[in-house]
Design a protein around this ligand. Structure first.
Ligand code: SAH
Length: 352
């Protein structure tokens, strides 16, 4: 283990802050021993704030229509081989009911940027879920909208919003997205969401095409400064019908190391072990939890549509055999000594 890297890790563990250059140094000098040292610090915070409890969010992927054309994403507008679907309000409410029965106390409604769902429709769905289950927290993950729209959803009862920043470097953002999308607007959305009072989830893809360790270091600095309540990260995984079809996917080790560093940077943060991590390694999600993550997001979408929400190739949990993701994850977590709980899963220390 590089001694300077170890002393930077120790400094991070005390000060919860490093410069971008220092984060980059850590990423450039990572080896098995440094990873293990970071995971140990990370697990100490995980234990302090969450014990062996793992929070869940039930994910409902309610539409794969998207007006955007992100170069990495399998449901991009110009993927004409993508079979499109939309769930009806009734279907969405049924998924939420089923989720409640299974023990979920928070639902994430995620989709492509599908303006066939008007603000009114979204508000109607949010308030419908809230009316049926008053202790269900509704999270939206429907991309970039106006501040006014975000305010309406909040009034309808949505309390969390996931919008990954994707990368903290505007120059890399421009290489991953067409010119019609801007890093500035993404950041504007995140600021608006926070100001309105949402619990906000940001996050980034690990080892996306063209990403350097300096870029990743900028992401870590962004998390340190913006302090989102949740930080969703996962490896970039190529999708065969996108311009990045031939790009290499991100690796398990870099993702795990970033998870540990994020836990150390912001000890109370909600940190999911994502489906993408479970896709690149059969025990990716378990390893993510052991690196410091404390959230899993089982799929609650109807099995008939799951294979159509393919953001990347070989996505797990899309077949008949995976219908009941919660039970499967409960079992997986118990093999590593963790327990999935029935809980809305607020960030430790959240003032509501
Ligand atoms: N339209 C919503 C939801 C996007 S999908 C929004 O814009 O927020 C959710 C996340 O999946 C994205 O934020 C992105 O980080 C991730 N994602 C998309 N394509 C991916 C790929 N090929 N590999 C890994 N992650 C991907």
């Amino acid at each position: 283990m590089d001694i300077n890297a170890k002393s930077l890790l120790d400094k991070l563990n005390i000060e919860h802050s490093l410069t971008v250059d220092e984060y980059e140094y850590l990423l450039n000098h990572v080896d098995d021993e440094l990873m293990e040292a970071a995971a140990e610090y990370a697990r100490a915070y995980q234990d302090k704030y969450y014990g062996n409890k793992v929070f869940t969010r039930g994910l409902i992927e309610f539409t794969n229509f998207c007006r955007n054309n992100c170069y990495y994403c399998g449901i991009r507008r110009e993927n004409h081989n993508c079979e499109r679907y939309r769930l009806s309000k009734k279907q969405i409410l049924e998924c939420a009911d089923a989720g409640y029965e299974l023990g979920f106390r928070t639902i994430v409604l995620q989709g492509g940027e599908d303006f066939a769902f008007s603000d009114e429709d979204i508000c109607d769905i949010v308030s419908g879920i809230r009316a049926a289950h008053e202790d269900m927290v509704v999270t939206l993950s429907i991309g970039e909208r106006s501040r006014e729209s975000y305010e309406k959803y909040y009034e309808a009862g949505a309390r969390r919003y996931l919008l990954r920043h994707e990368t903290a470097n505007p120059a890399l953002y421009a290489k991953l997205h067409p010119a019609e999308l801007s890093w500035e607007n993404r950041m504007r959305c995140l600021r608006d969401l926070k100001e309105i009072g949402y619990q906000v989830g940001a996050g980034f893809m690990v080892e996306s095409p063209g990403q350097t360790n300096y870029d990743l270091a900028m992401d870590l600095k962004f998390i340190e400064e913006f302090k989102p309540d949740m930080c969703g990260i996962g490896p970039f995984i190529s999708h065969k019908e996108t311009p990045f079809a031939k790009e290499a996917s991100g690796t398990l080790n870099t993702t795990l190391f970033c998870l540990s560093l994020i836990r150390i940077i912001y000890p109370q943060v909600l940190l999911p072990a994502t489906t993408a991590l479970g896709t690149i390694d059969p025990r990716g999600r378990e390893k993510g939890i052991q690196a410091g993550a404390n959230v899993v997001m089982p799929n609650l979408s109807p099995v008939s549509v799951r294979r159509m929400y393919t953001l990347y190739d070989n996505k797990i949990c899309t077949g008949e055999e995976a219908a009941e993701c919660r039970g499967c994850l409960e079992q997986r977590m118990s093999t590593i000594g963790y327990e999935i709980v029935v809980d809305p899963g607020n960030r430790a220390g959240l003032v509501q």
